[in-house]
Structure formats: structure tokens, C-alpha cells
Design a protein around this ligand. Structure first.
Ligand code: ZN
Ligand code: ZN
Length: 455
């Protein structure tokens, strides 16, 4: 299967028909371009903890000589997490922006991989083989996320990556509608678009709307406060830093990924000087009313900081009755039971818990999703006016909702398919089961990748 100079193909190997482990390919003139290479955390059959899984890259690793490059759109695990495990099978340059580079380099170095990473500026255009790629800044829940305008002699596509419309994202610039409406003026064939929240009506909450609710929750606490959030959400960390200043509390960081993300963020010029966490060994000396700790583990992950706080075996601090744990995060589907166990463990010790997903009517939001709801999708389709819409980054139901929104917005063709299907961006057709697909899982004890047997 080899695309000619008249072809322009989209071929997802992961992340289409599921949320997680994105691996997208574009094909033209005998060459391929990879966009993202991520992991997913899958519950083990034994029910103890999660294991790392990723798309089986066989289709592209067996023709890696024709891979023109790999692009990492942003720093989330479901987009970059598999590169450290799979890059040896590709051996080609990785293109990404400075913050994502910081996060990625650490992962690659840990595995002793010295992959060439080329830093790209927001708005830059590069020619990678027969593909011309323009990075277009888009707002999401981690810094420097970029949509990609990929142009070939046979056609053009906007690959949105993960996004939302945020007019005040706290970190980085507001989304610029002009970038997108100008694409309509030049004419564009297809859009490959995030479907995660397509089944929700309305619009996502802006990051900047969270300060007041979080401040209120922290100010209403007498003892220690622990804030649980996703480490890669640098804007949320900045908001929490601002809350701590106003509430007269010191910030502590509990969890290795938080320390990593804070240093990646600072190295890329994010997090203002007022974000100055206290050393972990000093946290125990603070009065309860002086501490606001930010912690990892909002999904109930075993051995993450929050889990250890719940079990009262965290090395740095011990929570007591009357302390307050605030979840500034949603529960990812599949993790409900683990999170419930965590909440029960805190509550049995009379530690107060507030969860962003279970707020009383009328209370200010404590979490903002990084993905577009129905109105935002509608807006994007009206800006870009593509000929073809291809929903990805969702389960079938999310993608079906996204296709219906594209139709309502007047996009003439909507193509629905799953991993392994070949989307012909010139003809506007889908050829089912065109490439082998499957999953690999990481056996961390042996340090090897194993095939996941097909269900
Ligand atoms: Zn994603
Ligand atoms: Zn993302």
C-alpha cells in the first residue's frame, strides 16, 4: 500500500474509536507523516493497577524508511507517551514546540534514547518530505498545543489535535479565530477533529473562570488543603499558585510528575515568579492553615501522592480530621471505582472532600475540560468550512455526535471510521481494514513490549 503523488490519505492506527493512544498517519507521494504517538492506561485483568498500552505500529515500522517525520502536537501522554517505547522502530526526527520538547526529552533520556528533536515555533511552516506543515496555535489544557495545517500537491487537511475554544486560557494566548476563518478563505479539503466532548451541549468552561471557585473552596478551609489536579495543566497550576497567594498559604508539590512538569514549565518560561513551592522536607513544619499542597493521583492511581495521603503513608505530610481535599479534575471514565475508594478512605478519617464533578447547583466550577463541547465544534466547522469532516479522538458515540455537528454546520461530507481504516482525503471515501492494527503492552518487569491478544 503506497500512496502516489495524486493520493492524500489519513490512516489512524490508534485513538480512532477509543480515547487514548493516538497514532495518526498521513500518506502522500510514497511518504508518510506521523502525528502523535501516545499511550493509554488499561486496567489489568487481575484488577490491580493499570498497565501501559499503545498502538501496534507494525504498519509504519515495516516501512519506516518512508516516514518523513513525527510531529508531537502537545505534551499529553495519549499523544507522546509511546515515543520512548517505539522510536527505535521509526528512527526519524521528531518535531514539536519547546514545552512539549522539555517533557518528551525527559522520557526519552530515561530510556537512553537520543532521538533528534527539532523545536518548532507557534505559527511556523516546515516542509517534511512532500508535506508542508503549518503549526497553528490552539487552546487546550496544556501549553503550546498546536493544530496542524498539512498541505500536499493533492490536498490539504487541518488536524486539530486536542482543543477547546478558550478566550482567556491563563497560560498562553487566547484562541485566534482569524487563524481558522482564513483557512476557509483559501479552501481546505478536510478537518480531522477531536470528539472527546462532542456529546456535551454548550461550551467548555474557560480556565480563567476557575479562580473564584477555587479561592472560595480554599478560603472555606481551616486546616491543611490538598488540591488534586492533572500535573500537565500548567494554567491550573498557575491559578492554584494565585489562589494560594490570596489565601495566604504556601504551595507544596506532592508527586514526581508535578515536580517534573513545574520544572518543564519554568524552563519554557511559564509559571510566574510568584509560583514558588516550598521544599517538600519543610512542609511538615508549616501550620495546617498555612499549607496548600497540590497533589497527583486524582484518578485514584495506586502509589500516587493522593493515594498515599489517603492511606496516611505519605513521607512529607500527614492529613488529620478537618483537613480538606479538593479535586480540581474530572474522573476519567473507567476510574470511577478507584476514585470512589479514595474518597471513602478520606471521609472515613473525617477529612473533608470536595469533588469538581459533584458540586451543589450554582457553585462556581473547580475544573475546566480541555476539549470542545458541541457549540465549540459547530463554531470550528463554521470557521474552517472544510469539504470533509473526520471525527477522531473518541469512542464511536463521541465520533457519531461530532459527525452530526459537522453535518449541522454545513460540512458536506462526514467520514466515520476506526483504527486501520484508510480515509481518502481526495475522493472522500473510507476503505475499511486497510492496515493491521492492534495493541502492545509494556511489561515493566521485563522491560519489553508484548502483543495484546485481539479481543
Ligand atoms: Zn488527547
Ligand atoms: Zn490533550
Amino acid at each position: 500500500m503506497n500512496p502516489t503523488h495524486k493520493d492524500f490519505w489519513f490512516l489512524p492506527l490508534g485513538g480512532c474509536g477509543e480515547i487514548g493512544m493516538n497514532l495518526n498517519l498521513y500518506g502522500h507521494a510514497g511518504q508518510w507523516l506521523m502525528v502523535d504517538c501516545g499511550i493509554t492506561f488499561e486496567k489489568t485483568a487481575a484488577g490491580i493497577g493499570n498497565r501501559v498500552e499503545m498502538a501496534d505500529p507494525l504498519f509504519i515500522s515495516s516501512r519506516h524508511q518512508s516516514l518523513a517525520g513525527i510531529i508531537a502536537t502537545h505534551a499529553h501522554e495519549d499523544h507522546i507517551g509511546a515515543l520512548a517505547h517505539l522510536w527505535d522502530q521509526f528512527r526519524c526526527p521528531i518535531y514539536t514546540t519547546a514545552f512539549t520538547r522539555q517533557v518528551l526529552v525527559r522520557k526519552l533520556r530515561q530510556k537512553g534514547i537520543d532521538a533528534p528533536i527539532i523545536t518548532v515555533e507557534d505559527g511556523e511552516t516546515l516542509s517534511l518530505g512532500p508535506f508542508e506543515v503549518r503549526w497553528i496555535p490552539i487552546t487546550h489544557s496544556t501549553p503550546e498545543t498546536n493544530a496542524l495545517l498539512i498541505t500536499t500537491a493533492a490536498g490539504s487537511v487541518l488536524h486539530t489535535a486536542d482543543w477547546k475554544i478558550d478566550m482567556a486560557p491563563v497560560v498562553g494566548e487566547a484562541i485566534d479565530a482569524g487563524h481558522y476563518s482564513r483557512l476557509a478563505a483559501r479552501g481546505i479539503d478536510a478537518i480531522v477533529c477531536d470528539s472527546t466532548n462532542a456529546n456535551y451541549s454548550g461550551s467548555s468552561v474557560s480556565e480563567s473562570e476557575l479562580f473564584s471557585g477555587l479561592l472560595e473552596a480554599v478560603k472555606g478551609s481551616e486546616g491543611r488543603v490538598v488540591l488534586a489536579c492533572f500535573a500537565s495543566n500548567v494554567a491550573r497550576l498557575q491559578t492554584l499558585g494565585n489562589v494560594a497567594l490570596v489565601a495566604n498559604r504556601y504551595v507544596g508539590l506532592l508527586g514526581r510528575s508535578l515536580h517534573n512538569m513545574v520544572s518543564c514549565a519554568k524552563a519554557s518560561g511559564y509559571l510566574r515568579d510568584n509560583f514558588r513551592p516550598v521544599d517538600n522536607e519543610d512542609l511538615a513544619y508549616l501550620l495546617p492553615s498555612e499549607l496548600m499542597a497540590i497533589a497527583t493521583g486524582s484518578q485514584g492511581e495506586m502509589n500516587a501522592a493522593l493515594h498515599r495521603l489517603a492511606m496516611d503513608n505519605h513521607p512529607d505530610i500527614s492529613l488529620q480530621a478537618g483537613d480538606h481535599v479538593i479535586f480540581s479534575a474530572k474522573t476519567i471514565p473507567g476510574n470511577e471505582a478507584d476514585v470512589e475508594r479514595l474518597l471513602k478512605a478520606f471521609e472515613s478519617r473525617h477529612i473533608r472532600v470536595t469533588h469538581a464533578s459533584h458540586l451543589p447547583e450554582g457553585q462556581s466550577p473547580l475544573h475546566a475540560s480541555g476539549h470542545p463541547c458541541a457549540d465549540e465544534l459547530l463554531q470550528m466547522y463554521r470557521w474552517v468550512k472544510p469539504r470533509i469532516a473526520i471525527p477522531v479522538h473518541g469512542e464511536r458515540e463521541h465520533m457519531r455526535c461530532n459527525a452530526a455537528i459537522a453535518k449541522a454546520a454545513g460540512v458536506p461530507f462526514q467520514l466515520q471510521g476506526i483504527n486501520g481504516d484508510l480515509f481518502d482525503l481526495v475522493k472522500g471515501t473510507v476503505k475499511r481494514k486497510s492496515a493491521p492494527v492492534g495493541r502492545l503492552w509494556l511489561d515493566e518487569r521485563k522491560g519489553v513490549l508484548e502483543k495484546v491478544p485481539a479481543a
